[in-house]
Design a protein around this ligand. Structure first.
Ligand code: TXA
Ligand code: MG
Length: 347
């Protein structure tokens, strides 16, 4: 398949033409990769079961893992789900934005798109390119992250090309994604309370101002063998670098001592303020700048790009500091323990 690349630039008229062309591909059942404020999405018409099947094939994704449906306006949710008062309050506060809400599905969304579940995940992205594309398509757009199954979600056009060139009809190049980790996912329970299934930029603290929030165990802990998962995506090992990633729960002095004893090619993800320290203690060590220790937005923005970079270098072991579970830190913690397959060393 030949993949068209449409670069979004300074000319509004040209951009509109490119998005019209992309919308036409969606309407005809094709695949278009588009930017969002979280990560790039691999989009197709959510009302077309065959198009959904093409998404699973392009990603190499198991078809029991349902897709998020992207809408251009929060009110459109009524067409696809039975909306509740909690949804309306969430929408008013956080939409458009990086929040996905799981609600009972209407029949218009084919079972293929939602992997046979009777619920559907809805999200209204704030990225203007994404929203214009959905508007012009005239249909909701089903889109998982635009990576090959098992690699980190793409946050730059380069990542998308590496994974998707030749597998999709069009890639819209809208520059780097703003946040860099996937959306927060909550399920609205029957009593109107919220169950957090995937942490993201919208934090539990923020959500709890709308309704009571419980955090699913799988967000922070390892699932027991055979345990039933609430969100199919939880059971897959995601974002896994080829090297063994190990999270260190220790201050930098202990980290340096521990790393000094390691054999093989070793890399470290370090907070910006510790880089000089590690360079001095361990001159041979390969160091990636994860961002300032208290700048979680910088860390979120860089994490997946660093994991992809590190993957090319054939390291045996990559070390990283264990994040705090507060605020956006919970999203970093969740992605990093999964990339590390829960390998945490407390020193
Ligand atoms: O930021 C994002 O959410 C990005 C952009 C493209 O919007 N999308 C994304 O999609 O991360 P994906 O497919 O990589 O992750 C969606 C997650 C999966 O773990 C899936 O299992 C879960 O959402 N999910 C989807 N529908 C669900 C449902 N009805 N019930 C429970 N979990 C669901
Ligand atoms: Mg994904």
């Amino acid at each position: 398949m030949i993949t068209e690349i449409a670069e979004i630039g300074a000319c509004a008229e040209d951009n509109e033409k490119k998005l019209l062309r992309a919308a036409d591909i969606i309407k005809r059942g094709g695949l278009v990769v588009f930017p969002t404020e979280t990560v790039y999405g691999l989009g197709a018409d959510a009302t077309n079961a065959e198009a959904a099947e093409r998404i699973y094939a392009a990603k190499g994704r198991p078809s029991d893992n349902p897709l998020i449906i992207h809408i251009s306006s929060p009110e459109d949710a009524e067409k696809y789900t039975y909306v509740s008062d909690t949804y309306k309050r969430l929408a008013e506060r956080f939409m458009p934005g990086p929040l996905t809400v799981i609600m009972p599905s209407k029949d218009i969304i084919p079972k293929k798109t939602r992997a046979g579940l009777d619920t559907v995940a809805l999200r209204c992205p704030s990225n203007p390119i994404a929203r214009r594309l959905i508007e012009l398509s005239g249909v909701p757009i089903a889109a998982p992250s635009a990576n090959l199954s098992g690699s980190p979600s793409p946050t730059t056009p380069r990542h998308v090309m590496d994974d998707m060139q030749g597998r999709v009809d069009m890639i819209i190049d809208g520059g780097d994604c703003d946040f860099g980790l996937e959306s927060t996912i909550v399920k609205i329970e029957q009593d109107g309370s919220l169950l957090l299934l995937r942490p993201g930029k919208i934090t539990p603290e923020q959500l709890s101002r709308i309704a009571p929030v419980a955090v699913a165990d799988a967000v922070t802990d390892k699932l027991a063998e055979g345990e039933r998962v609430l969100s199919p995506g939880m059971k897959y090992r995601h974002y896994a670098p080829r090297a063994s990633l190990i999270l260190l729960d220790a201050e930098r002095g202990r980290q340096a001592e521990y790393i000094r004893e390691q054999q093989g090619r070793v890399a470290l993800l370090s907070y910006s303020e510790n880089i000089d320290y590690f360079n001095e203690k361990l001159p041979e060590l390969f160091i990636y700048d994860l961002g300032g220790e208290s700048d979680e937005k910088a860390q979120a923005h860089r994490l997946f790009a660093i994991l992809r970079e590190a993957d090319k270098e054939n390291f045996d072991t990559i070390f990283a500091p264990l994040p705090q579970k507060e605020g956006i830190g919970l999203a970093l913690y969740n992605r990093m323990i999964r990339a590390a397959a829960h390998k945490i060393v407390k020193l």
